[in-house]
Design a binder for this molecule. Structure first.
Ligand SMILES: *Cc1c(COP(=O)(O)O)cnc(C)c1O
Length: 400
């Protein structure tokens, strides 16, 4: 089997992102870009099939190995794996949970995560507790030394931007439940802004479809493991179920990751300006980069930035709909992490799969507008928002 364990980073992350370790894939021609090994099988000269590094692309492919080695380095993971989508990453991780064991998860989860957890609780005999993960005590209250297998966190959550104290939760979980793994969906931050394995998590996963790829031109999932034994189990599931990422998408993902640093810096600086603009208009803005954010300090203590997704409440669902539909530069679309800016109403789009009464229980405002900020010129983004607000009937305050 191919050794994909990480080498430790030597430079700043922005440099490491660009610098691909040339030993990751042996190439006869010293290609400057990792070749795409678009093949299902590999030949061998021995009758017993031994002697070559790869035999079948479900089990391993050099292009996939290249992106896995690179991501393991970036995530400071013992090993990293790439699979077909972010939801596949979660599906693989959920296979580490047996019938009768329990999962503790947040109450402001990504819609698709909520749907898959509901499925395993209905068909897999696995109990799922949804708790407010901003409270370490509420998580602790559900810990069972025997039954708890996974504690699944997102921080910041989306769209309500709730922050979980990952370090404190890790220490409670590891002290009480030796058998439990802390798993963090770190998609919102990307490995560039937050490293949850360093905060003590056992597994960090991503939707590679978002910031890692960066252009909404492929789907991928990434799983980084802190310990070799967990990584072995994850690899077993990926090989057994055939969920590994194909060669071409692995190559696209590797290309995307190289520009993660510069994209994230720009998207984040744009997002800060937009958050300040909306706050000055008097809206309730959810963004961990605002000093008014209730968990500003906690987020800062775990990450190197607030990211590029924010949300705000207008107080009126119909008004929010008019704003979203009046924006011209901002594309109406689900998802985030792309270089162009997107606007959406989570309750009607990305989170519509959560039943209305559950959305209400979880205090998800129906009028919430989510902005996923891209790399455009910030003045254009702000003036487009201002004219959408004006068209929708809001009196926009001029900048002072
Ligand atoms: C998009 C997303 C996922 C799912 O990823 P896909 O690649 O769409 O399957 C999971 N978690 C979060 C936070 C996401 O934003």
């Amino acid at each position: 089997m191919v050794d994909t364990s990480s080498s430790s980073p030597r430079y700043h992350l922005a440099t490491e992102l660009v610098h691909i370790d040339s030993d990751a894939v042996k190439d006869n021609y010293n290609a400057a870009s990792v070749p795409i090994y678009q093949t299902a099988t590999f030949k061998t000269s021995n009758a017993d099939g031994s002697g070559s590094e790869y035999d079948y692309s479900r089990s391993g492919n050099p292009t996939r190995t290249a992106v896995e080695v690179h991501l393991a380095k970036i995530m400071k993971a013992q090993r990293a794996f790439v699979v077909s989508t972010g939801m596949t990453a979660l599906d693989v991780i959920l296979r580490l949970v047996k019938h009768g064991q329990e999962i503790i998860a947040g109450d402001d989860l990504y819609g698709g995560t909520n749907r898959l957890l509901t499925y395993v609780s209905q068909y897999g005999g696995i109990k799922v507790h949804n708790v407010d993960t901003t409270s370490v005590d509420k998580v602790s209250a559900r810990l069972d030394p025997v039954k708890t297998r996974l504690v699944l966190l997102e921080s910041p959550t989306n769209p309500l931007i709730k922050i979980a104290d990952i370090r404190a939760i890790v220490s409670r979980v590891h002290n009480t439940c030796p058998n439990a793994l802390v798993v963090v969906d770190n998609t919102m931050m990307s490995p560039y802004l937050q490293n949850t394995l360093e905060l003590g998590a056992d597994i960090e996963y991503h939707s590679g479809t978002k910031y890692l790829a960066g252009h909404h031109d492929l789907m991928a999932g990434v799983i980084g493991c802190a310990a070799a034994a967990v990584a072995e189990q994850v690899y077993f599931v990926i090989n057994a179920s055939g969920s590994g990422l194909g060669p071409f998408d692995s190559w696209l993902l590797l290309r995307g990751v190289k520009t993660l640093g510069i994209r994230m810096e720009k998207q984040q600086s744009n997002a800060m300006l937009i958050a300040a603009f909306l706050e000055a208009q008097g809206f309730r803005v959810h963004y961990p980069g605002l000093k008014s954010s209730p968990q500003y300090e906690l987020h800062r203590s775990m990450s190197s930035g607030p990211g590029a997704v924010l949300s705000f409440e207008t107080g009126d669902v119909a008004l929010s709909e008019r704003v979203v539909e009046s924006a011209r530069l901002w594309g109406i679309s689900v998802s985030f992490g792309c270089i162009n800016s997107l606007i959406s109403m989570p309750c009607k789009m990305s989170h519509a799969s959560i039943p209305a009464e559950v959305r209400k229980q979880r205090h998800l405002p129906e009028d919430l507008i989510r902005l996923c900020v891209g790399i455009e010129h910030p003045d254009d983004l702000i003036s487009d928002l201002a004219s959408a607000l004006t068209k929708a009937g809001v009196e926009v305050k001029a900048k002072d």
